[in-house]
Write a protein that binds this ligand. Structure first.
Ligand code: HEM
Ligand code: HEM
Length: 176
C-alpha cells in the first residue's frame, strides 16, 4: 500500500477515535460476557453489545475502506518497531471487520434477532449449529488476538509519547 501522507487528516482522526472507542467497549463487554456475566445479568449487556456491534460493522467497514483507499501514513521512524506497528495496524483493521461479521453470523445462525436500540430489528435466521459454532470460534479467537494487539498498540503509543517524545500520538490527536 502506498504511503502518500505524513500525517492523519481530520477524517482519519475522527474515524480512528470513534471506532477505537466502540471496539474497546465491545472487547470489554464481550470479555465480561465470557468471563463472569450470566443469566439475567448477561441479557441486557449482550443486547447492547450486539446493537453497538452492528454500528461498529457499518462505521468500521467505512473506516477500513477509507484507510485502504487513502493508503497508510508513513511512519516517523523506519526501524523494526515501525514494522511491528504496521503489522499491529493490519491486524486491527482485519479485526474491525472480522469481529462484527462473525458476531452477526453467530447471532443469525443461532436464530437470534438483533434489536438496534428499539429503532429496527434484524431478524434471526435458521438455526444452523455448524455455522453458529464456526462464527463463535472465530469471534472468540479474533477477540483474544484483538485484545492483545490493542494492549501492545496503546503501550506503543504511550512509549512514543513519553519515552521517545516524538509526534506519533500528537499527529493522531491535535498536531498537523
Ligand atoms: C467490533 C465488533 C465486536 C467486538 C470487538 C466483539 C467482541 C466480543 C468479545 C471479545 C466477545 C467474547 C468472546 C469470548 O471470548 O467468548 C464477544 C462475545 C459475543 N459477541 Fe461480540 N463483538 C463484536 C460484535 C458483535 C456483534 C455485531 C454481535 C452480534 C450481533 C456480537 C455478539 C456476541 C455474542 C452473542 C457474544 C457471546 C456472548 C455470551 O457469551 O453470552 N458481537 N464479543
Ligand atoms: C487509547 C487507545 C488508543 C491510542 C492511544 C491509539 C493511538 C494511535 C496512534 C498514535 C496511531 C498513529 C500511529 C502511527 O502513526 O504510526 C494509531 C493508529 C492506528 N490505530 Fe490506534 N490508538 C488507540 C486505540 C485503537 C484501537 C482500539 C484500535 C482498533 C480498533 C486502533 C487502531 C488503529 C489503526 C488501525 C491505526 C493505523 C492508522 C489508521 O488506520 O487509523 N487504535 N493509534
Amino acid at each position: 500500500m502506498a504511503e502518500q501522507f505524513t500525517t492523519y487528516n481530520w477524517v482519519s482522526r475522527v474515524n480512528h477515535w470513534v471506532v477505537a472507542l466502540l471496539i474497546i467497549g465491545l472487547l470489554a463487554s464481550g470479555l465480561a460476557l465470557d468471563l463472569f456475566l450470566e443469566g439475567a445479568q448477561a441479557a441486557p449487556v449482550r443486547n447492547v453489545h450486539k446493537a453497538v456491534g452492528l454500528a461498529a460493522l457499518v462505521l468500521g467497514t467505512w473506516r477500513v475502506v477509507w484507510r485502504l483507499t487513502q493508503g497508510f501514513v508513513a511512519p516517523l521512524h523506519h526501524d523494526w518497531q515501525a514494522k511491528a506497528a504496521h503489522l499491529a495496524h493490519v491486524i486491527l483493521l482485519v479485526g474491525i471487520v472480522v469481529m462484527p461479521v462473525s458476531g452477526v453470523m453467530m447471532s443469525y445462525f443461532g436464530g437470534h434477532s438483533i434489536v438496534f436500540f428499539g429503532l429496527f430489528t434484524v431478524s434471526g435466521g435458521p438455526k444452523i449449529s455448524a455455522l453458529n459454532d464456526i462464527a463463535g470460534t472465530v469471534h472468540a479467537g479474533m477477540g483474544k488476538v484483538m485484545i492483545a494487539t490493542v494492549l501492545l498498540h496503546v503501550l506503543g503509543a504511550i512509549k512514543h509519547h513519553v519515552i521517545d517524545k516524538d509526534d506519533t500520538l500528537k499527529r493522531m490527536v491535535w498536531r498537523a
